[in-house]
Design a protein around this ligand. Structure first.
Ligand code: MG
Length: 392
């Protein structure tokens, strides 16, 4: 193996972040930053995974779907193909890996994050559910095995950059920005009638379906508050959210002396992906640049929590801690898929989440000391059943 070559494991390679990560790795190689993709994982898309195998020649891949995995084995006899749900965690534990990019969508990403961190690896984390559902477990794994977590989420990449502008002890608060989604300022009655197609039209970012719906309810922003809490070890009362429709300033840090340091860039996820891969260095790989003179105005508004009731529910779950955020996350995953199928009105999302949290308190409240992965998984299962049966 050549020196100076970074060995990368990419989990969730066929999703939006996975595809963009491969683009960034190719750009970095062209800029003299050699990397080698040693492993890829996907859930069901064996067609795209097959193309990625041809392009990157990994030693081992994992596809959750056994039938698709069998097709890949026939096509690529020289590549080890794992199947089943534990494939990503196995890839995250491979030897001689510099960085594990976790771009898995959903709660399934947690076990891979824990596997990588427990071996002292660096994890570039796009799977926010790792911190939302298992923040306490991730924190313990970081403390015991000496691994490192670098955020791929744009807001947290911004916070990481802003925090370098001062001492951690001098931070007054973290400020996450939120676009507010497509229904910002819409009347309550009109909001109740919006369809999945309306909600999938995000004003600034192009993303996966679930995260786009979660941006319209601000559930995604509440998840990002939880992420920030665990990534930077800042208490919830010192993390706030500002509505910033243009999504140009990705987040800010206010210091004790009144200085606010902000990070701005064009909204292209490849920028935070690349920063996580090259941290703390910066490389010009020809990604789009922000022209400040083209900006009309930069507007910041207070978040009206009554306009976004699901936001407060997720944060209430965060303050409960233990498996409450895992339950709310699982409920949200199911509620969003029901909304996308037309099986639930838009305001059913917030209502369903509030009832799921109430149900969690009755079912699990105060019983998990300390939290284990099995607790997270059983709260997840319970919440999925609850949200699947919930009748608006
Ligand atoms: Mg984000």
């Amino acid at each position: 193996m050549r020196r100076n070559t970074t060995n990368v494991v990419l989990l969730g390679s066929t999703g939006s972040i996975g595809v963009q990560t491969l683009d960034v790795l190719a750009r970095l190689s062209q800029s003299g930053r050699e990397s080698r993709v040693v492993a890829l994982s996907a859930r069901t898309n064996d067609t795209l995974l097959g193309e990625q195998i041809q392009a990157t020649s990994p030693q081992v891949v994992s596809l959750s779907d056994p039938a698709g995995a069998q097709r890949l084995r026939r096509r690529f006899p020289g590549v080890t193909v794992l199947d089943g749900e534990d494939g990503p965690a196995k890839l995250a534990s491979l030897d001689d890996v510099r960085i594990v990019v976790n771009a898995i969508v959903g709660a399934a990403g947690l076990s891979a994050t824990l596997a990588a961190l427990s071996r002292g690896r660096t994890v570039a984390l796009a799977n926010k559910e790792s911190l939302v559902t298992g923040g306490e477990l991730v924190r313990d794994a970081l403390a015991t095995a000496g691994g490192r977590l670098l955020p791929i989420d744009s807001e947290h990449s911004a916070l990481l950059q802003c925090l370098d502008g001062g001492r951690r002890d001098d931070v007054r608060r973290l400020i996450l920005t939120a676009s507010g989604g497509p229904f910002l300022g819409m009347e309550r009655a009109a909001r109740a009638a919006v369809t999945a197609a309306d909600a999938l039209r995000h004003p600034t970012w192009s993303m996966g379906k679930r995260i786009t719906i979660d941006s319209a309810t601000l559930v995604n922003k509440a998840f990002e508050v939880i992420e920030a809490h665990y990534l930077f070890d800042v208490p919830y009362e010192r993390i706030s959210v500002l509505i910033h429709p243009a999504s140009i300033v990705h987040s800010l840090v206010e210091f004790l002396d009144g200085s606010i340091i902000a990070q701005a860039a064009t909204h292209d996820m490849r920028i935070p992906i690349q920063y996580a891969l090259t941290y703390p260095e910066r490389v010009d790989t020809g990604l789009p640049r922000l022209d400040l003179t083209e900006l009309d105005r930069l507007e910041f508004r207070r978040l009206d929590e009554e306009e976004f009731p699901a936001f407060g529910t997720v944060l209430a779950a965060a303050r409960e801690g233990k498996s409450a955020p895992a339950a709310v996350n699982a409920a949200d995953e199911v509620l969003v898929s029901r909304f996308l199928r037309g099986d639930l009105p838009f305001d059913g999302l917030a209502r369903g989440l509030a009832l799921a949290l109430e149900g969690w308190r009755a079912e699990f409240g105060g019983r998990e000391q300390p939290l284990a992965l099995a607790d997270v998984q059983s709260a997840d299962r319970w919440a999925r059943a609850f949200a699947g049966a919930f009748d608006f």
